[in-house]
Design a protein. Structure first.
Lengths: 159, 805
């Protein structure tokens, strides 16, 4: 049984007609047509589906779309905002923080949410946060480097 | 990084150029197979038993269900080897009466949405006559019950024997034999993107387009054409962005064949997207191997002869195209590794069991053989009272080229040099002192070393030696410049995260004097690229790169001829740089676009001397090359819990001339992380009924950022004469050496306890059990007050060597 749900994704409203059991991840991908959010495990461990809901990094595969109604949802497609690239996107390129790119949107959204709240995060705390998501290609070293570089940039006062 | 360097003399090859692949991937604009819409979605009903016969399949009324009965015109998947007593077993694309592993596809459900297709699958009733499965590979060898396949009455699908002529005499005369038994368990490559296939029929051309998570689009096209009875010309296979593979997406999935058949039969578009549970259960496993290794040593620790027995679990079927021979036969061919030993004997078998089909996975057999070999070397060092570093120095190949006992040619490399440099960085003396001090406080640190060679970039002659029905190996690159001056290369390799586009653009940029970001590399589309073999076996940089270099050299020569003609000078006066052709020592120049336009649109001006257009082909088919590395790991083992923490990890590697050092480092990081996973965490566990117990990421434990240490990477570059780029492959090296380094380190940490850990993953349970058993046999665990000297050989609970009278 489907019902009408209104989702606000990257500042834009999407009216979708979905079953209550449909996850936020599947809805974003198929009903909103935003395929940048990826599904790696559907049981909340890999974090490839990480999006930001009301400022919190969230596993979109563990949330039903109906639960996200009325909330501010941000996905990889909206990360840059009105800029060309978010500092994290730039540093991921500069520091080779991605190889196949499948886990990358999840890591970017996780890091973006964390750095937005605490750009001065310690190395130890950052490593704990990055342990939330899985990457099979990079061995994490360059991901950590890229996030640290973006954090340093984001701490500087904006000109 | 890659700031715009205005100096025209600095080559692009060798620079850490930022990847051309990245921008779409960091902005969510990547295009993965599961992103494509389709008219119909497909989910599979899979066997819930490991062995049995299907009595009936009943689906809900009105549901669209496909079974083997519908696929009578589809051939089974039957790869072939013409050597090694290979039994050509067949895998029907949907189980045909018999099921042989939990997860085997029995029926396909088709619906407009995935949810509806899943609902149908849940409602399908499959009545089965269950039989007792064979789950353990040793049980399969000793089994008296019905074999899995009638072609292989003893469950041995492939078998190799090898012995050098001098082996028997050397072995008979041997005074010191050391033994190591390495055990590695089922693992899953677990790329973050599960497998998916999307097939669409084009009404106007009558052709099918398959978009598929594959490492080898042309191979898949060839296979599908054969299985479905279609001309290859009617099939287009696209590998779009592929989310990692590590070998798992090299083998043809039966699910993919069903999807293509559906599109062909019903003239529409169909899509299958695997979920993680399916991938862990049915997505090709690897690494369930027993390696029994014995080495005969002289009193100076020189390895005189090596004897190996390899048993590889191949699961229920044989993977296409490599066949299940890929693990046991690579083990047999490469067992001696980087060591100088000419007397060698090996018996290798691939054995079927009622578990998921085996497929190649990063490193293939070499992580396990390196574990066996490096444990052997450490045990020999201990038994003979020789330092583990010294014993390696005495045995590593020193002179090149070196032909191994199995006929593999090792080109110039730096086996000893990488060891020496790794040891320097570790500061052995300081570590031993710290180790000794920490033991007095009940903390157990250990150092493990692994030296290995990695066979890479090998062409068709090497594959022919295996007797494959289809012999891969060469690569082709087409390089063209269009009238607007745009440079485009089309290749048969199929990268899926390795940054090959960037590396090839750097090679082309150097030859043609253009910027890498102005070079487009097309791959992963059989309609747009020349026939090639895809990306696997650490081959693409060497072979696709080699072909690209040859094509680029031809294009360069043509551009020079065109420019010389247009500028009315000799070819030797032309310099290509900065997107132009210049007359050396003058400021007369023409942009590449002008040269291109001239040869397309004013061909008549060349008086028949130059063919129209700019398009050249390069083929490359090298014999192969060996890269090498030394891995050194420092670990701490918590003897109460069995937990292992890796404190430090040093890699000194040599992959010849590095095209993009940043990409190289990324490959090493990723490979080492996988190796750490293999050594400590990853195991697909089966119960006695053949059920996969590790069917989620909660049970199948991939390493996280917190598990992987900061790696210290150092590079040597032995520019090999074996390849035209002077480069070597290295993509698998991290996964090959890291497990042995970590395992040796664990054993070094626990040397006061007289345990020998040779089974991976070395989980806390296995370590704790080993320690309990050692203590139980009356060897008291050292307390903080006792001596920390290594125990003498004679008091070892498990003798690791025997002295011949």
């Amino acid at each position: 049984m489907k019902s009408a749900v209104r989702l606000t994704v990257n500042g834009q409203d999407y009216r979708v007609n979905i079953e209550a059991r449909r996850t936020l991840a599947d809805t974003i991908r198929s009903d909103c047509g935003l395929t940048g959010t990826h599904v790696g495990c559907e049981h909340g461990i890999c974090g490839a589906c990480t999006v930001v809901v009301n400022g919190d990094p969230v596993r979109a595969c563990l949330m039903f779309a109906v639960q996200a109604e009325g909330k501010d949802i941000r996905t990889i497609e909206g990360l840059a905002g009105d800029k060309k690239l978010h500092p994290l996107q730039t540093t991921f390129i500069e520091h080779h923080g991605l190889q196949c790119g499948f886990c990358t949107p999840g890591f970017l959204m996780l890091a973006a949410a964390v750095l937005a709240r605490d750009p001065g995060i310690s190395d130890a705390a950052l490593m704990k946060i990055l342990s939330s998501n899985l990457c099979r290609c990079t061995g994490y070293q360059n991901i950590a480097k890229a996030v640290r570089a973006a954090a340093n940039q984001m701490r500087k006062p904006q000109r | 990084m890659s700031a715009r360097i205005t100096s025209l003399d600095v080559p692009w090859v060798g620079r850490a150029v930022r990847r051309l692949e990245d921008l779409p991937l960091v902005t969510g604009k990547g295009r993965f197979t599961g992103d494509l819409p389709a008219a119909h979605r497909v989910r599979f009903a899979r066997s819930q038993v490991a062995a049995g016969r299907i009595r009936s399949i009943k689906g809900p009324v009105g549901a669209r269900i496909i079974t083997a009965a519908d696929l009578s015109d589809v051939k089974p998947i039957r790869p072939m080897l013409h050597k090694f007593n290979y039994r050509p077993i067949a895998q029907p694309v949907l189980a045909n009466g018999v099921v042989r592993f939990v997860g085997e596809c029995i029926a396909a459900a088709v619906a407009p949405t995935e949810e509806e297709a899943e609902d149908i699958v849940d409602s399908i009733e499959i009545d089965m006559e269950v039989s007792k499965p064979i789950v353990d590979v040793l049980d399969a060898l000793n089994s008296t019950s019905a074999p899995l396949h009638p072609e292989a009455p003893d469950n041995v699908i492939v078998e190799g024997h090898f012995k050098t002529s001098g082996f028997d005499a050397t072995w008979a005369a041997a005074q010191r034999i050391v033994r190591s038994h390495a055990r590695s368990h089922w693992q899953s490559a677990s790329p973050l993107e599960p497998r998916a296939a999307h097939a669409a029929y084009d009404q106007s051309t009558g052709r099918l387009t398959l978009t598929y998570t594959t490492q080898a689009p042309h191979l898949v096209r060839t296979a599908l054409a054969d299985l479905l009875g279609l001309p290859e010309a009617d099939l287009r296979v696209i590998a779009p962005d592929v989310g990692g593979s590590f070998g798992q997406k090299m083998s043809l999935a039966p699910e993919c064949v069903v999807i293509v058949w559906l599109a062909w039969r019903f003239r529409s578009s169909f899509s299958w997207v695997e979920d993680r549970r399916e991938n862990l259960i049915a997505g090709l496993h690897s690494r369930d191997q027993h390696i029994d290794l014995q080495g005969a040593f002289d009193e100076h620790g020189r390895l005189l002869a090596l004897s190996a027995d390899v048993i590889a679990n191949v699961g229920a079927y044989s993977c296409f195209p490599t066949t299940c021979g890929v693990e046991p036969l690579m083990a047999m061919a490469e067992m001696p590794g980087p060591y100088d030993v000419q007397n060698y004997a090996c018996h290798a078998r691939g054995v079927a069991t009622n578990t998921c089909t085996m497929g190649p996975c990063r490193g293939v057999a070499r992580p396990a053989i390196t574990l066996a070999l490096e444990r052997l070397i450490d045990k020999a060092a201990s038994a003979l009272h020789i330092d583990p570093v010294d014993i390696r120095r005495r045995n590593l190949i020193k002179r090149f080229p070196y032909t191994s006992a199995t006929g593999l040619v090792h080109d110039e490399a730096s086996y000893r040099e990488t060891l020496d440099i790794a040891v320097q960085h570790i500061d052995l003396t300081a570590f031993r002192k710290r180790q000794s001090e920490e033991r007095t406080t009940g903390r157990y640190l250990g150092l493990g070393i692994a030296t290995f060679s990695e066979r890479t970039g090998y062409g068709s002659l090497a594959f022919a030696a295996r007797g494959m029905e289809i012999t891969p190996g060469w690569e082709c690159a087409e390089l063209s410049i269009d009238p607007s001056g745009f440079v485009e290369a089309r290749i048969g390799a199929s990268p899926h995260g390795q940054g090959l586009r960037t590396a090839l653009a750097q090679i082309i940029a150097d030859e043609l004097g253009v910027q890498p970001e102005n070079v487009r590399i097309i791959h992963g589309d059989t309609d747009r690229t020349p026939y090639g073999w895809g990306t696997f076996a650490s081959r693409s940089l060497v072979i696709a790169g080699g072909a690209t270099l040859i094509a680029a050299q031809k294009v360069r020569a043509k551009l020079v001829r065109i420019a010389a003609h247009m500028l009315e000078v000799g070819p030797h006066d032309i310099v290509l740089s900065n997107g132009t052709a210049k007359v050396a020592g003058t400021d007369r120049s023409l942009p590449i676009a002008a040269l291109a336009r001239e040869t397309y649109h004013h061909t008549h001006r060349f008086g028949g001397q130059i063919d129209p257009g700019i398009s050249e082909k390069g083929f490359y088919d090298p014999l192969g090359t060996f890269s090498n590395a030394c891995h050194a790991a420092i670990v701490e083992v918590d003897v109460r819990t069995g937990k292992v923490t890796i404190e430090r990890f040093v890699v000194v590697e040599d992959a010849g001339r590095l095209v993009n050092p940043m990409i190289v480092d990324g490959q090493v990081h990723g490979g080492v992380a996988q190796g750490i996973g293999s050594a400590l965490f990853e195991e697909i566990c089966y119960d006695d009924a053949g059920n996969t117990l590790s069917s989620s990421f909660a049970d199948y434990r991939l390493p996280t950022a917190g598990d992987v240490p900061q790696m210290e990477l150092h590079h040597l570059e032995t520019h090999t004469g074996a390849t035209n780029l002077k480069s070597k492959g290295l993509g698998e090296g991290g996964a090959i050496g890291a497990p042995a380094a970590v395992m040796n380190a664990i054993n070094d940490a626990l040397s006061p306890f007289d345990v020998s850990l040779d089974e991976m993953p070395a989980t806390p349970e296995r370590i704790a059990a080993a320690l309990r058993n050692a203590t139980h046999e009356g060897l008291a665990a050292p307390t903080s007050a006792t001596s920390t000297e290594r125990r003498s050989v004679s008091s070892q609970a498990t003798p690791s060597w025997e002295e011949r009278p």
